[in-house]
Design a protein around this ligand. Sequence first.
Ligand SMILES: [Zn+2]
Length: 365
Amino acid sequence: MLHAINHSPDAIRALRSIGAFQFLLLKRLCNRATRARDINVAWVQAVWFRLPPDWVESFCAFRPPGSKKPTTLESMRKIAGATTARKTSILLAFLAGQRVGQWFFAPGRSSTAKVAAHTEPLKKAVINLLHGFYAPALYEDGGYLGYMPPIGQANQPFHRQHLQDLFDLQNDIDVCPYCNGAATHRDMDHYIPLSRHPWLSCSPVNLVPVCKGCNLSKTTKPPWTETAAIPTQDWFHPYLRSADGNYMIELRGAAGRPEPRMVPIGATPANRCLNFENLVKLPETWKTQARSVVSTLKKELKRQAVRRGAALGEPEIRAILAESRHDADAVSRSAPYSLVRRAICDAVLNNRPGYMQMFQAAAVP
Ligand SMILES: [Zn+2]
């Protein structure tokens, strides 16, 4: 998001094949001749005859851990027992739901909110079924072995770790794409929340490896403005409309307490930055990090002053911070919060009031 990212072609193929299996199952469940009492493990195994029978059986019994939610098989029965009109709505919503690109770029397309409302009475069953597919197919420790899309290694199912590895190989990025923070522990974020849009449970345009903090901050907030003519007009999207190249970081607040904020550049609407900041609580994260960056830079200046045995003058401080900014640029995709570091160095180099004085006070032996 802050950085350009993409999935690898292999990951896209694998995820699309999951989507194809989802659609095949929904299509059969929503056939007008299919009734609730028809649905059992053997029926699902016949529909998904390309998948290992054991895996299908496990899938049918899947229930989110520790919850009292129905199993995926019970959800299938609910869908199969719906009226023909509702079944048609589910299928149309699934197909419409895949066209995320159209929501983002074409005015007048059905809004995400409308799509979700079509199937409200059956929403829980559909969410449970499609979420159920996400967990067994993609959780690394889910225990649902046997699912092997084309890229799977011999006797290895494709799962979340594969997706993560392929993402890493493709992108050469070690930081969280949402906040530029450390991403040692990553979650797979559904950019458009599962609860709103279960159709995108395994969609390549909707899965983003992010830090746990961003995933928690985002919760189930929808990344669009439901009341707007084009709900997605004022929103970035990790893959379809990246913020990369469309924003800069501006420091607000006093020199000692900088508050880094995203501001648009070029023709980018300001709301896109604001909406994204609010979505992942970026100002709070960056404010904390900015203090830590200031403290680190002060320590570095002090260390150099001690080494020289004299207070550093303005030219020396400028030179050190220019070098730090240069380094921050070089590692913006690998070192956490280097975007914030760059903004703070810039504040000094661009003579923002208070910054030089603050660092001069620290640059003494
Ligand atoms: Zn993050």
